[in-house]
Each structure stands twice: as C-alpha cells, then as structure tokens.
Design a protein around this ligand. Sequence first.
Ligand code: PLP
Length: 377
Amino acid sequence: MRKIQMVDLKSQYEKIKPVIDAKIQEVLDTNTYINGPEVASFQKNLEAYLGAKHVIPCANGTDALQIAMMGLGLQPGDEVITADFTFAATVEVIALLQLTPVLVDVELGNMNISIEAIKKAITPKTKAIVPVHLFGRAANMEAIMRVAEEHNLYVIEDNAQAIGANCKFSDGSKRKAGVIGHVGATSFFPSKNLGCYGDGGAIFTNDDELAHTLRGIVNHGMYVRYHHDVVGVNSRLDSIQAAVLNAKLPHLDTYNAARQNAARKYSAAFENHPKIIAPSICDICDCHVFHQYTLRIIDGDRDGLMQHLLDNGIPCAIYYPIPLHAQKAYADERYQEADFPNTNRLVKEVISLPMHSELDDEQIAFITSKVIEFLKP
Ligand SMILES: *Cc1c(COP(=O)(O)O)cnc(C)c1O
C-alpha cells in the first residue's frame, strides 16, 4: 500500500509535471515575475470558471478577506458576524481592521454558520456577515442573502475551503460558492482544493465599482502610478504561482470529483455505525467538495481514535479543537457559553481523515477498517 498522507501533493504534481515545469520555466525565461501574463490569464480563466465578473488575484486568502472588508469601506466599530467554528483567519482580519467580530454558533448538520444565530446577533451596528463554506460544503447562501437583504448588510464569503462547490437555490438554479455574496475570498494555499506551490489568494465580485476599488487596494491604493487615492496594501499573486494555478485549474473539477468519490467510499463504510456521523453527500447539487472529510464521533473516545489511527500510520487531525469564542485573542464579555451549544459540541466530536485527490481504494479500506476496529459498538 502507498504511504497514507493527509494531503498528497507529490502524486498530484507527478501527473502534471511536464505542464507545470514548462510553465514555471517560461516565467523564468521571460523574467515576468510580478503581474506577468500568467497572472492576467489566470484572472480571466478563474473568472470564466466561477462565472464571476471580476477576479482580483492577491497574495493569500487572509489578505483576500482583509482587502474585501477594506474595499467595502467597513469602519472601526462596525459589527461583522461570522462563524465560531472556523479557521482563525476569518475573525483575525475583522479584529485587525478594528471592526467588531461577532461570533455565532454553527448548525450541527452542515457545520456552517447558523441562520437563526445570525438573526439573533444582528444589532444596529451590524454591517456584514462572513459565512465560511467550511470543509468544502457551501453554506446556505440563499437564506443568508435573504437575511442580509432584510437588514441591509454586506455578505463576504470565505471560500478558502470550497472552490468549485455549487450553491443551489430554490428556483433550481446553481451558482458557484464565492460569487453569491457582495464579495468572495479564496486561498490557494498548497493543501486547498486548488492550491499553488506557495501562498496565493483571490477576491471575487460582480460589482464593477467594488472591483475597481479592490484592484487599487491590492496595489498600495494606486489607480494611476504614484497616485495613492486610498490606503492600500501590497498583496500580489506572483507569476510563478499563477503559472501553477493555470496548469491546475483545468483539473479542478476532476480533483473535486476524486475527493467526492473518496468521501462516498468512506461514508459507505461508516453507514449506520452507531458512533459515527459521516458527512452527507448530495449527488445532485455538488454542494460539497470535501476540502476535509470530517466525522463526528458520538459517545466514543475521539482522542483515543485519533491516537489509534496515528499508531497505524494514518494521519488525521482535529479541525478545529477550540471554538473561536474561547480563544484568548477573541474573548468578548458578551459571549455566553449557552449561545454556542453546537460549536462546543463539535470541537469534542470532530475528526478529519486523510482527504485529497489521490486516495486509492486500498488506502480507504485500510483507514475505514482501523476506524471501525477502534469504535466497536
Ligand atoms: C486557509 C483559510 C484561510 C486563509 O488562507 P491563507 O491563504 O492561508 O491566508 C481563511 N479562511 C479559511 C476558512 C481557510 O481555510
């Protein structure tokens, strides 16, 4: 059996090595390291893939979120509602801009921000909602957009984990996660579903004026060289990373389908197990692209299971072990434990198994057998 890895970037690279190597070599040969043709073409390619009017490439996913909030003109003291159960980058940029993060509970079923909790958290100071499409599953954007419209709020989608996932609407239409809110942000960190070989990110919007503002902010607030109209940052996607992304984007749907395929096999093995809640898979809507394959262990020894898997050479991880509201950096006296029953529960139950586009049947069978062996009912 091939060695099991949490993420297998090497096997994926080997399959497309000639294209990647040639594209990187071309950047070297043409010395177009910053804002070269690869960046411009990647922008166009991603716009076409997502059905987004504007893609603004930038240096990483955290910057993408920050720049999105700067572009919307959010001001210190404005309240921004986001999920308590996510990677810290989401809340970090809110705090960094001196906006007030308002963390709210998630739904147990999809682990995404709770619509009821959003409604409860809205105050006259609320300016924006930041749903995170956690682990690759699209949040309920239709409901979120409805709440946002009612209260005149911006929606900033954190799509770092769900590039390629679809959101389905009740009229039957489908749109890509990340292009439904006023602005979306993603990351091309190597282990993301579309990863480059370093840091990278992008912002998406269908709003022409906002796109113009964002293009200035990523480049020191310049719209005309050496004229700084707004306070900006230096956040560029470099050409070598854009070249890698141009080589990989045509394979994104195949990579996501391979993840879904692996997820289906995992979930089939765990079906009806009394101690395991496996993520549901909707075959029709493609709403989950399995950035992570995350189980909930019910009335079982989750930490013991983790050790058992590690002892058997199976990498696994707890995403995320501590709710954001319980992190020192984001403490707020307004938070009550009773407001976070689901996050408080998930941090004790979740475990993420190896998930990437290169998992084979033998590996999946071994992993599932070791999980089931430990969790004997
Ligand atoms: C990875 C990630 C980010 C940050 O992306 P970077 O490119 O690492 O800065 C933000 N939000 C979520 C949910 C992520 O998973």
